[in-house]
Design a binder for this molecule. Structure first.
Ligand SMILES: [Mg+2]
Length: 387
């Protein structure tokens, strides 16, 4: 079997309203899908992390840089392809956009392998440790509104997300440490007995992160995500040693060598690898093993279209319990509760995560079809493809 073409599809639409996190506001939704075609009629789908113009630049890397390296190769040789591409790109990007681009291609190759074997990806990896996984619903994004308005809205939205059936929710911060503590108090109030988590998207200095983190210790937040810049390894280690709340992060880390450093640094209670950025499923599995070798539990970072969600469902099924037990610690599926048509309407047979959560007490089942177990609708892709 040979790879005959690798095509990127960048989908984009205006969002119903502008939303923000600590770094920026955004008004457009983007998804970057990768389609790998073979000479035997089997097609695989993958996804690259990266919004807006990053997706367009990654499209050029996928089609003009990676495609010529692997055309004619056997798509089942995933690890051979991974290392060929990585070694040829090493001098030009061991992290960032080249790795995001390789990720989408690698995921598509796993989809092909599953389709050829007639097995879901979790079977190729080693089987399902769980048939369903708990989803947490994130929302509570920043807007161009006053602190008072944020506080009132966050309290309501937290209660609303729990009302949708999610048993845990995640909020953004980024208005400044004092205002952020007020937001956290409002969410703690809004969720009642349910779990809540806080995502700073690396906007704090270490001392500001301690200020917010001490409030989270009191409020009983489950985790404090990306409190400081991903490069600030010392900050992570100091926060983890000094706070009760779990410190999480890693969505902006790439490859096994980057992950080795942050795991050895002991600054994470929970690792959040992003499979569509760090190097795809092939590299994710190595990073999962590395995380478990450090006894660091993993909750995947999930962002993007239904392809990314399906990929993560396969990986969450195949994640071994660590350390295991009668009532083991369990991972969760991250789920964005804001409007995302590229997730909800991309597939010919939608996953209907929100419906499952509502009906099944916050749980989502693992697709059982070959490969990713999902099929994108070509008409839908045509409608939103920008180039
Ligand atoms: Mg995050």
């Amino acid at each position: 079997m040979k790879i005959t073409e690798i095509k990127s599809h960048v989908l984009q639409c205006d969002m119903p309203e502008e939303l923000g996190y600590s770094q920026q506001y955004y008004a457009k939704r983007t998804a970057h899908l990768v389609e790998v075609t073979t000479d035997e009629g089997v097609t695989g789908w993958g996804e690259c992390f990266g919004p807006g113009n990053v997706a367009l630049a990654n499209k050029a890397i996928v089609e003009r840089v990676i495609q010529p390296m692997v055309l004619g190769m056997d798509p089942l040789d995933r690890d051979v392809i991974w290392h060929k591409v990585y070694n040829l790109l090493r001098d030009h990007g061991q992290k960032g956009m080249p790795m995001q681009s390789l990720s989408g291609v690698d995921i598509a190759l796993w989809d092909i392998a599953g389709k050829v074997a007639g097995l879901p990806i979790h079977k190729l990896i080693g089987g399902a440790h769980r048939r369903e996984v708990r989803a947490y619903g994130y929302g509570m994004m920043l807007k161009r509104e006053s602190v008072e308005d944020h506080v009132a809205r966050f309290r309501d939205e937290a209660a609303e997300i729990i009302g949708m059936g999610f048993t845990a929710t995640k909020m953004k911060t980024g208005l400044g440490p004092k205002a952020d503590v007020r937001l956290c108090e409002a969410v703690a109030d809004g969720v009642g007995e349910a779990q809540f988590m806080v995502d700073a998207n690396h906007c704090y200095t270490t001392s500001d992160a301690f200020y917010v983190g001490r409030a989270l210790d009191e409020l009983g937040a489950y985790w404090f995500e990306e409190p400081v810049a991903p490069e600030d390894h010392d900050g992570y280690r100091e926060l983890r040693a000094g706070l009760k709340v779990n410190i999480s992060g890693g969505e902006a880390e790439f490859g096994r060598w980057g992950w080795r450093q942050i795991l050895e640094n002991r600054g994470l209670d929970i690792a959040q690898p992003e499979v569509c950025a760090l190097g795809g499923i092939t590299e994710y599995l190595r990073i999962l093993a590395l995380a478990h070798a450090h006894f660091t539990p993993v909750i995947n970072h999930v962002w993007g279209s239904a392809i990314a969600v399906a990929t993560n469902l396969q990986l969450l099924a195949a994640m071994p319990p660590m350390p295991g037990g009668l009532h083991p610690w369990e991972p969760m599926l991250e789920f964005d509760t804001t409007e995302n048509r590229f997730r909800d309407h991309l597939l010919s047979d939608p996953l209907d995560i929100q419906g499952q959560v509502k009906r099944n007490g916050g749980m989502v089942s693992i697709p059982d079809g070959p490969g990713l177990g999902v099929t994108p609708d070509p008409e839908f892709i045509k409608r939103y493809e920008i180039e």
